[in-house]
Write a protein that binds this ligand. Structure first.
Ligand code: OMP
Length: 315
């Protein structure tokens, strides 16, 4: 596995520890839990994203949206099937991805066990990989502050998804640290995105207004935009509004989004900063005992397809 270029963001001891962790991460090797830490690193979110995308040659984000009803039945005896499922998926795929996204709904729905599984899953993710807490948060300022604290400090996610409906003060608590990123929903992948997001507001579709506002708020360079791959024609104009911001692009795989446009316009002019998410198509590529192997195969297929598209448009 290629070693990350480790920049001078950590002290010597921590840097050596990180090197040792990287060495222990040969593909297929059983992962050790990483020490639980809420210590923010001074590396900016953008730098961390760039590093991992270059090191793994990957734009792929795997959505760890674990539906307990679809977990292979042989894991039932493992004590904690959801966590064991995540462990095996992460072990099988971590060298192929730039990010893992945990949609919190799947964990909240597990009751009191859910949050523990979130924190245990985060410990299994190699520290150089981007983590996204997908809760689509946003509320009045002091409530959003609590949301941001929970996701960024208690769980130490690198980033979170937020919705823009309540305006700047509902997002601002997520923007206070440049090593944490807020992904703002701009044009979502679902059918219902037509209900409001395409309404014309002062001559422009609402989703463009939101992208423009997010670009203006991006003074710490820690905002990203969420645009569904199911809107291939809109990706380019949105990329023009925000040429240097990371894009989180869900909707490939099960939702049938367009991978070519997702890479072509999801990336900046250097062919980077698109984070392309696939969940079910990878997690449940097989529901048998070979699920992790099948997930790796599907993740690798997607990563390779993206690399070919990157090569085509960005050389
Ligand atoms: P799959 O359809 O299984 O690949 O999963 C898609 C994931 O992306 C789910 O966690 C969704 O909640 C999330 N998502 C969308 O599908 N569409 C969007 O517009 C935005 C998101 C998101 O914010 O991640």
């Amino acid at each position: 596995m290629e070693e990350l270029p480790i920049t001078g963001y950590l002290g010597e001891a921590a840097r050596n520890e990180q090197k040792a962790t990287l060495k222990s991460l040969a593909p297929g090797k059983r992962l050790q839990s990483r020490p639980w830490t809420t210590q923010p690193t001074p590396m900016t979110f953008l730098k961390k994203l760039q590093n991992i995308q270059r090191a793994h040659q990957s734009l792929l984000c795997i959505g760890l949206d674990v539906d307990p009803d679809r977990i292979p039945s042989h894991l039932a005896s493992s004590g904690n099937p959801v966590l064991e499922f995540n462990r095996q998926i992460i072990e099988a795929t971590h060298d192929l991805v730039c990010a893992y996204k945990l949609n919190l709904a799947f964990y909240e729905a597990l009751g009191e066990d859910g949050w523990r599984i979130v924190s245990e899953t985060l410990r299994l993710i190699p520290p150089q990989i981007i983590t996204i807490g997908d809760g689509k948060r946003g509320d009045i300022g002091n409530t959003s502050e609590r949301y941001a604290k929970a996701l960024f400090e208690d769980f130490a996610f690198d980033s979170a998804t937020v919705h823009p409906y309540m305006g700047y003060d509902s997002i601002e608590p997520f923007l206070r640290k440049s090593n944490r990123c807020a992904f703002v929903l701009v044009l979502t992948s679902n059918e219902g995105s037509r209900d409001f997001q395409r309404l014309t507001i002062a001559g422009k579709p609402l989703y463009e207004r939101i992208a423009q506002a997010a670009a203006k708020w991006n003074t710490r360079k820690n905002i990203g935009l969420v645009v569904g791959a199911t809107h291939p024609d809109e990706l380019e104009p949105i990329r023009r509004i925000a040429p240097d911001m990371p894009f989180l692009i869900p909707g490939v795989g099960k939702q049938g989004g367009d991978l070519d446009s997702a890479v072509r316009y999801g990336c900046n002019s250097n062919g980077e900063l698109a984070i392309i998410n696939a969940g079910r198509s990878i997690l449940f590529a097989s529901t048998g005992k070979d699920f992790a192997k099948a997930a790796r195969k599907e993740a690798s297929r997607l990563q390779n397809r993206m690399a070919r598209i990157q090569q085509k448009y960005f050389g």
